[in-house]
Write a protein that binds this ligand. Structure first.
Ligand SMILES: [Zn+2]
Length: 375
């Protein structure tokens, strides 16, 4: 389906590697070993699991659901890719912070990831050790967007940087992968003209909210702990369905609200794609999320959303977003295995959804904005 960008007779958008053809034999599960963040072992000193993405993959392999050959290798988003959403000013600021040895970005990363040793690393190392993995995860989300349309579903094992908007980053979110995935689809894939973001990370997704504040093509549902970061009142105006939770919310109330409001959201507007931000920092005991959802509750939650998408035949892209306890990776893997057991993903689900007739359209990239945020 992909056409070269000059074959459509339309003004060319930039060349991207992220929409390259993927063999039909691959499952639309996107990952790269480059996702994982390591700081010469320093990360092991802290409960933050900077290698959760690799562990999810390891568990899925142990259960013989995947092999390296049948998943899709994520590529790093290029500068031109990032410019589809981010401003040059923003990208330069990130770069200059590194060149000038500014500790600003190290500070942000150290604070959000709660890895104080990061404060003592030179900035070029932070760039290499943190920003490159984040750019690769961002490329993965963009790739998974196209795969979701082609296959009916896709999972990026990383991504979900929902605090980052076109010209502002924060909280471990350097690149606005959700906004990027949606804008790539709008600009390049015929038949995709609307999207619904279902953001179930414990934090408010103020990044994509700021990006789509004036954009009626994007419907946003957000369920989050009302008392924690970021409390972005301006961004909240973009939320069509806002579900604010209190400290310590437990499974029964949570799942009932997720079910009710995801049904409501999808009945209110039928999108061409659902972007599901499946943060696991809702887990009981998470130091940042402040909610009390059980591992089984998370697995049930993901099932509710995939079922709602599948029942309607709407393509769904899942990203894993926040949640970095040591037990998080196991829960994400168990949830993916459950989706497979339920017949909601896997080869048998491939023909379910999506406008499989959609083809690439090479319209001019119109966006000049940029975004950055925290999970
Ligand atoms: Zn979060």
């Amino acid at each position: 389906m992909s056409k070269k960008e000059d074959s459509g007779g339309k003004k060319c958008s930039h060349h991207t590697e992220l929409y390259a053809e993927v063999p039909a034999s691959c499952l639309p599960i996107v990952y790269s070993p480059e996702y994982n963040i390591t700081f010469m072992g320093l990360e092991k000193l802290h409960p933050f699991d900077a290698g959760k993405w690799g562990k999810v993959i390891r568990f899925l392999k142990e259960e013989q659901f995947i092999t390296d050959e049948i998943i899709v290798l994520a590529r790093e988003a290029s500068e031109a890719d990032l410019l589809v959403v981010h401003t040059a000013r923003y990208l330069n600021r990130l770069k200059n912070a590194i060149l000038e040895g500014s500790r600003e970005w190290s500070l942000v990363v150290a604070t959000i990831t709660e890895i104080p040793p990061l404060l003592f690393l030179p900035n070029f190392l932070v760039q290499r050790k943190v920003l490159r993995p984040l750019r690769t995860q961002t490329g993965g989300t963009i790739m998974a967007g196209k795969l979701a349309i082609d296959r009916g579903w896709a999972i990026n094992v990383g991504g979900g940087f929902h605090h980052c908007s076109s010209d502002k980053g924060g909280g471990f979110c350097a690149y606005a992968d959700i906004t990027l995935a949606i804008k790539f689809l709008f600009e390049r894939v015929e038949g995709v003209a609307s999207a619904t973001i279902i953001d179930l990370d414990a934090h408010q997704g103020n990044g994509h909210e700021r990006d789509f504040l004036e954009d009626r093509r994007v419907y946003i549902m957000d369920v989050y702990n009302r008392h924690i970061y970021p409390g972005d009142g301006y961004a909240k105006r973009a939320i069509k369905r806002k579900v604010e939770l209190d400290w310590g919310t437990e499974d029964s109330e949570y799942l009932q609200k997720v079910d009710l409001h995801s049904e409501g959201a999808l009945n209110e507007a039928r999108p061409d794609i659902i972007i599901y931000n499946a943060g696991t920092d809702i887990l009981d005991g998470d130091p940042l999320g402040g909610l009390a959802i059980s591992p089984q509750g998370i697995i049930k939650r993901d099932e509710i959303i995939f079922r709602a998408a599948r029942r309607r035949g709407i393509p769904i892209l899942m990203v894993t977003s926040g949640g970095y306890q040591k037990k998080t990776a196991r829960i994400i893997a168990d949830s993916i295995l459950n989706l497979h057991r339920q017949g909601l993903i896997g080869e048998e689900a491939l023909d379910v959804a999506g406008p499989s007739h959609v083809s690439l359209m090479m319209s001019k990239s119109v966006s000049s904005g940029a975004t950055l945020a925290a999970i």
